[in-house]
Design a protein around this ligand. Structure first.
Ligand code: GLU
Length: 467
């Protein structure tokens, strides 16, 4: 059986959507192709003195906007096809949510659990050095970020290495998802999960769509299964739970747990930190396999792990009415068609997990402007609000307590601005792709691709290359 590659799969989705546009074949080919990809091999001296060859890649899919943008993942699955596919998804994702970057992605083929922190630091710093040398990183060239298996610690090593070898005014903007002390932004760590929540909430607020699925309007009370309890899975589950969704099941690579009355994900996270695993959580039942979790009865299934988790082999057994793609590429094309045929709603990755890159964009803006959001106007806003409330108090003889005054008057700080910018982005983009879905009678994924193709194509057309 010939297996279709991940990049081919993304391109098939693209082609399907392109048939709803009128752009010329050559232009569509240009948008689709991966502009550059580089394979790096470098030595790692391990703590025991032995030498290992490390393989890493960086793909820049599209330079229609600069810099290019996308995470760096550490996983054994990393290969050239995967980074190209993920870089392409970044191009379309940025375009769907109007984040002005081309798409990129990088990866190092390692299982991070097999390396000490010192080894991970050596790998990350050496990879950064290679990226600098090949001009694959820079605030105006290509800006990495966290992805599967990486986080703010790695981003800290990257900015430190880059700044050391390439000191410049805007050097901090060479990577996003950094610790706040190194130029990061408040709200970036939870951004992808928060964005997933906003997207799911927006979908559940479409009364007509919910009716077609046999569901009530609104997120509250909906039963949710989350696959993957990393940064994205945890935060998606937490924000959905805070809004009244019931997290009935969580699956990880080493086991799955179930409680039909809901799992408190904050308690579960505590348990995981103490024991190293979600299994054995006293307030939930263990399931026989993580695969069983995907097939349980629920309203919403959130795949938040790696790609190709929903495939031909399990798609027909999945009962969820809404598939909320928090991961990149979790659904193969065959599975997409089977799930769609059943009438379920798929909220696609190239829209739904865009919260991470959206807040990365805010972080990059902060780095280039050298000022924290809210720094210039927070106090001014608060003082004007106080003057206004004082006047209302004088006019109405109603006393406003100091607590009330604080709540009503306080100016927006960085976290407030980031969260509201993210909320606005996710809501606006959902409505854009939903309108395209309704206009052509197509699914939301195809609609998101149509939206992306239109926005990228217009840029090429304006360049005058494809008149
Ligand atoms: N790795 C994340 C993604 O796949 C974030 C990318 C970024 O912030 O550049 O969207």
């Amino acid at each position: 059986m010939s297996k279709i590659s991940f990049f081919d799969q993304v391109n098939h989705y693209f082609d399907r959507a392109a048939s709803y546009t009128k752009f010329k074949k050559g232009l569509l080919e240009q948008i689709k192709s991966c502009n550059t990809v580089c394979h790096f091999t470098f030595p790692l001296k391990r703590d025991d003195g032995s030498i290992e060859s490390i393989h890493a890649w960086r793909a820049e899919h599209s330079h229609h906007k600069l810099p290019t943008k996308g995470g760096i993942r550490y996983s054994l699955e990393v290969n050239e096809d995967e980074v190209k596919a993920l870089a392409a998804l970044m191009t379309y994702k940025c375009s769907v949510v109007d984040v002005p970057f081309g798409g990129a992605k990088g990866g190092v083929r390692i299982d991070r659990r097999n390396y000490s922190e010192a080894e991970l630091e050596r790998i990350t710093r050496r990879f950064t050095f290679e990226l600098v040398n090949k001009r694959f990183i820079g605030p105006d060239i290509d800006v990495p970020a966290p992805d599967y298996g990486t986080g703010e610690k790695e981003m800290g090593w990257i900015v430190d290495t880059y700044t050391a070898v390439h000191p410049s005014l805007n050097a901090e903007g060479c990577v996003t998802g950094k610790p706040v002390a190194l130029g990061g932004i408040r709200g970036r760590t939870e951004a992808t999960g928060r964005g997933v929540f906003f997207g799911v909430r927006e979908a559940c607020d479409q009364g007509d769509d919910m009716k077609k699925l046999g569901l009530t309007k609104g997120l509250e009370g909906k039963k949710v299964i989350v696959q993957g309890f990393g940064n994205v899975g945890y935060h998606s589950a937490k924000f959905i739970m805070d809004a009244g969704g019931v997290i009935t099941c969580i699956a990880e690579y080493d086991g799955a747990i179930y409680n039909e009355n809901g799992i408190d994900v904050i308690e579960l996270d505590k348990h995981r930190k103490e024991t190293g695993s979600i299994t054995g959580f006293p307030k939930a039942k263990a399931l026989s396999s993580t695969l069983e979790a995907l097939e349980m009865e629920c309203d919403i299934l959130v795949p938040a792990a790696l790609e190709n988790q929903l495939h031909k082999g399990n798609a027909s057994k999945i009962k969820a009415k809404i598939i909320a793609e928090a991961a990149n590429g979790p659904t193969t094309m065959a599975a997409h068609d089977i799930i769609k045929e059943r009438g379920a709603l798929i909220i696609p990755d190239n829209y739904l997990n865009a919260g991470g890159v959206t807040v990365s964009y805010f972080e990059w803006l902060k780095n280039l402007s050298h000022v924290r959001f809210g720094r210039m106007d927070r106090r001014f806003e608060e003082n004007s609000n106080r003057r206004m409330l004082q006047a209302i108090q004088d006019l109405t003889n109603r006393t406003i307590s100091e607590d009330e005054m604080y709540m009503l008057a306080r100016g927006a700080d960085e976290q407030d601005i980031v969260d509201s910018g993210l909320e606005d982005t996710m809501m606006t983009s959902y409505n854009q792709i939903n309108d395209i879905k309704n206009e052509f009678g197509i699914d939301l994924r195809t609609a998101a691709f149509v939206s992306a193709i239109r926005k990228v194509a217009v840029i090429y057309e304006k360049m005058g290359i494809f008149p």
